[in-house]
Design a protein around this ligand. Structure first.
Ligand SMILES: Cc1cc2nc3c(=O)[nH]c(=O)nc-3n(C[C@H](O)[C@H](O)[C@H](O)COP(=O)(O)O)c2cc1C
Length: 321
């Protein structure tokens, strides 16, 4: 079983990857997308999004960070993928799921799900450009408006030589609202032989088990719940190993928030850092039901920090929580 930390632009960055992977459970992470349009990007763009390139493409705890690219020109995507690998990326992931209207108007992200042939060209150009031992993975939604093309798309991705396919089990039209359609993952697994990674709505141990049952998948990517419920990946590992699942205590979450704040001290934009910390506290208030008491503590803390704009007083409130 592989457990992967999902790419989340504006939410999971270098700092949060350090913390979430230090808890353990993840086999690798995928970086937030790097938008590729019509040229080879300078190295600094890669280092800015993925500072882990300074340490062998791994987080401090040694978890590999694949770089995600989002573009629509096969040769440009391939050249940028080759550059990412030259700089030390241990894998390259391609984004065919982004629902942003701006991105889609520019011909990238989920809009490409309307063009299985183009997807084939992009994946195949990248696969042929980077060396064999570097995994080329793909992340997609079920379709743009509907699921009419789903099977064609996944077959194109396999034929193009992708090593693994993550499916966020929603269409672009579903955005984030409709429930993930895990039953589609089973259909996709039937249609192709490369490993399929299930993604969408794995919120806690219970939903993980349900997703596993319905999808039949052996690999899982965790998105929002990785932030709302930072111990989920390690709980899944414990559950899988037949061990007692450790229950979450506020003291553990508080320690994570304090670690995050400590890392954020080095960020130039301190106001931005404070709002990131606040964002995490807010997300902890939406954690899984099984962390009931913890959720209350997060709510109390959020009430205190919500008007605060500076990192230091906010950190003190966390210490006092
Ligand atoms: C704030 C946010 C940013 C995201 N950014 C990306 C991204 O950069 N690349 C990508 O492939 N998916 C992105 N996604 C989608 C997630 O990786 C994931 O597919 C989706 O949230 C469903 O999984 P979940 O229900 O476990 O959160 C983003 C999702 C959110 C909520």
């Amino acid at each position: 079983m592989k457990l992967i930390l999902a790419p989340m632009e504006g939410l999971v960055d270098f700092y949060l990857r350090q913390i979430l992977t230090s808890i353990g459970g993840y086999d690798w992470c995928v970086s937030e997308f790097i938008r590729v349009t019509d040229r080879l990007l300078p190295s600094r763009v890669f280092y800015r999004s993925v500072p882990e390139l300074n340490s062998g493409g791994r987080t401090a705890s040694g978890t590999p960070v694949y770089i995600q690219l989002m573009g629509s020109h096969p040769s440009v995507v391939a050249d940028n993928g080759a550059r990412a690998v030259e700089l030390g990326a241990p894998g390259v992931d391609l984004n065919f799921g982004c629902p942003s209207p701006t991105v889609n108007r520019g011909g990238a992200g989920a809009i490409l799900l309307n063009e299985p042939e183009r997807i084939y060209q992009i994946v195949s150009a990248l696969r042929q450009t980077v060396s064999r031992e570097i995994p080329v993975t793909v992340k997609m939604r079920l379709g743009y408006d509907d699921t009419a093309n789903t099977i064609d798309i996944v077959k194109s991705i396999e034929a193009a030589g992708a090593n693994m396919l993550t499916v966020h089990a929603r269409t672009r039209a579903d955005r984030y609202k409709a429930a993930a359609r895990w039953e589609w993952l089973a259909e996709i697994r039937e249609a192709i032989d490369i490993p399929v990674v299930a993604n969408g709505d794995i919120a806690d141990l219970r939903s993980f088990q349900k997703c596993e049952l319905i999808s039949g998948c052996s690999h899982f990517m965790i998105g929002r719940a990785a932030v709302r419920h930072p111990y989920l990946a390690s709980q899944i590992r414990q559950h899988r190993a037949g061990e007692a699942v450790t229950s979450i205590q506020w003291i553990g979450l508080r320690a994570l928030l304090l670690q995050f704040s400590e890392l954020m001290v080095h960020v130039d934009n301190q106001r931005g850092a404070a709002s990131r910390l606040k964002q995490w506290v807010r997300l902890l208030t939406k954690g899984a039901d099984e962390v009931g008491d913890v959720k209350e503590r997060a709510k109390e803390l959020f009430e205190r920090v919500k008007k605060e704009r500076d990192l230091e007083p906010m950190t003190q409130m966390i210490r006092d929580s």
